[in-house]
Design a protein around this ligand. Structure first.
Ligand SMILES: Nc1ncnc2c1ncn2[C@@H]1O[C@H](COP(=O)(O)OP(=O)(O)OP(=O)(O)O)[C@@H](O)[C@H]1O
Length: 291
């Protein structure tokens, strides 16, 4: 697989705020790459530098081995969150208006199909729900047949059903061999959509790999969690105190359960689960992603 985009030692300072602190990574062509982190982690700053909208304080950004310049913008699609859609015209009229701006636009039918827009084509832009608006903005981003699309928190604020519908559109875009860079707060979303993820916090890159490999490298098998209620949880192999909880990442659940029963701890509230990215984030940063 060839690299479509690469960033090297990227930094961005806003006055005294070091929003992005020396991060480097590359993105393979055709994948969905997720940039994850809590509020203020530096995701938007990073993606805006990669889009060529924001000038880095230092560092380099390459698209297919060339540093990004104004030609690069013709090859990528950006789903802008704050795009002011023209009022008093329909979705279809808006798509046609944008199609007229490009030399070789996707056909209307293609955009409608990829972004599931058929049910809202004749709707006035002012009447779109949050999820419909996101579908429409994605449609606008893919009109010029971009090689890569940038989606900055496209599902924030959507209800769970609208969020799931949007995931399907991202899958559609991927199946067209378009590379996707997605930022999100939602670990579940990243686990489902992303082939590779970078986890950021406080402007720094904490981890980068495929979701499966990240989980494999940080957890043994099952994750047992128990409210410790202030009790001293000594003698249980692999146990760590995480806030109000005792956490045990274990490859031998039988043994862990025996240890717990023998410990005399109150086991009320005990849960056993397959670890997910949310657990990984908690492990890496000591805080919940959506705190
Ligand atoms: N224009 C700006 N001026 C000053 N500080 C800024 C500016 N933009 C962002 N910051 C600061 O830079 C840091 C990173 O912000 P950024 O928006 O990149 O984070 P984020 O991960 O996208 O967060 P969110 O999920 O809330 O969008 C934060 O501390 C933020 O307050």
């Amino acid at each position: 697989m060839s690299t479509i985009m690469r960033i090297e030692n990227l930094r961005k300072n806003y006055g005294n705020v070091q929003a992005v602190q020396d991060i480097s990574f590359s993105i393979d062509e055709g994948i969905c790459f997720g940039l994850l982190g809590p509020n203020g982690a530096g995701k938007t700053t990073t993606i805006e530098m990669m889009e060529g909208i924001l000038t880095p304080t230092s560092g380099r950004i390459y698209f297919r081995d060339s540093e990004i310049d104004h030609h690069f913008k013709k090859k990528v699609g950006i789903q802008f969150q704050n795009t002011a859609l023209p009022e008093f015209i329909t979705v279809k009229e808006t798509l046609e208006m944008f199609r007229a701006l490009y030399p070789d636009p996707r056909s209307l039918d293609e955009v409608v199909e990829i972004c599931s827009l058929s049910d809202i084509l004749n709707r006035d832009n002012r009447k779109l729900s949050g999820g419909q608006r996101q579908r429409m903005l994605l449609g606008l981003a893919i009109i010029p047949r971009p090689e890569m699309v940038f989606l900055d928190e496209p599902t924030t604020g959507l209800d769970p059903q609208a969020r799931r519908n949007f995931w399907q559109l991202i899958e559609n875009i991927k199946s067209e061999k378009t590379t996707v860079l997605l930022t999100t707060h939602y670990m579940e979303e990243a686990e489902i959509l992303c082939d590779r993820i970078a986890i950021m916090d406080h402007g720094k890159l904490l981890e980068i790999d495929s979701p499966d490999k990240l989980l494999e490298s940080h957890f043994d098998g099952a994750l047992v969690r128990l409210p410790h209620g202030g009790a001293e949880p000594g003698g249980i192999e692999g146990s760590e105190v995480k806030g109000e909880f005792l956490e045990i990442s274990t490859a031998n659940l039988d043994r862990t359960m025996k240890d717990l029963l023998a410990s005399g701890l109150n086991l009320e509230g005990l849960s056993i689960k397959k670890p997910n990215l949310e657990d990984l984030f908690l492990k890496l940063t000591g805080e919940s992603l959506r705190s």
